[in-house]
Write a protein of this length. Sequence first.
Length: 238
Amino acid sequence: MSKGYWKCKVSKSLSLAMGQERHTHSEMKAESRFNPNCCTRRTGALVIDMGSGVCKVGYAGQPRPDSVLGSIVGYPRGRSKRNSITVGRTVSTEPDLKLIRPTRQGIIVDWTAAEDLLRHVFYEDLKVSPEEHAVLISDPPLSPTTNREKIAELLFERFNVPAMHVSHQSVLAVYSYGKTSGLVVDSGDGVTHSVPVHEGYNMPDAISRIDLGGHDLTTYLIKLLSEAGNAFHEKGRY
């Protein structure tokens, strides 16, 4: 079952919490001071799926995400200039960068990199002001409560979002097909889950998890091909 979270409609309570997204003159001035390049006036709640390999962000109700980029952040070695940060898969081919993956096996482990990744998504990819959009976060099964608390703290205190909600990935996947019950098998970059969903709720006692995913399969395939005599000169791309 594919993860078409963006087809899900945001709940009425979350939409109301957005306060109709008023664009006053003072708000626009504050926005321009914070980020002069942020000019898009498109409204609506945003859905964020920060996976181990790919971060996908888009507007709720749409058939696909508006932004898809690698969940990896590159920091210049020996320098602390935040404007030199590089985000996305292309950082793997850039020299002299310290590469950080904010998410491992579905769980955020580096919150500084996660913040920089979200900042890039909001202001560079979507070109929106997060203060004007409610946010829906997809959460993997069996994730710790502290992870959800920390992402809420990050969105409210660092990005000043007006409202946010955390929902299980499996439930969102079922909803995207117009169903409330189903069996979701989700194999991502670093972890695979099997999750039964009944009437919009996970059945935690029946969830299966294995810490293997697409990245492990790719690595193993490269190993087999290398042993067969095939040379890979740009490993950062795989």
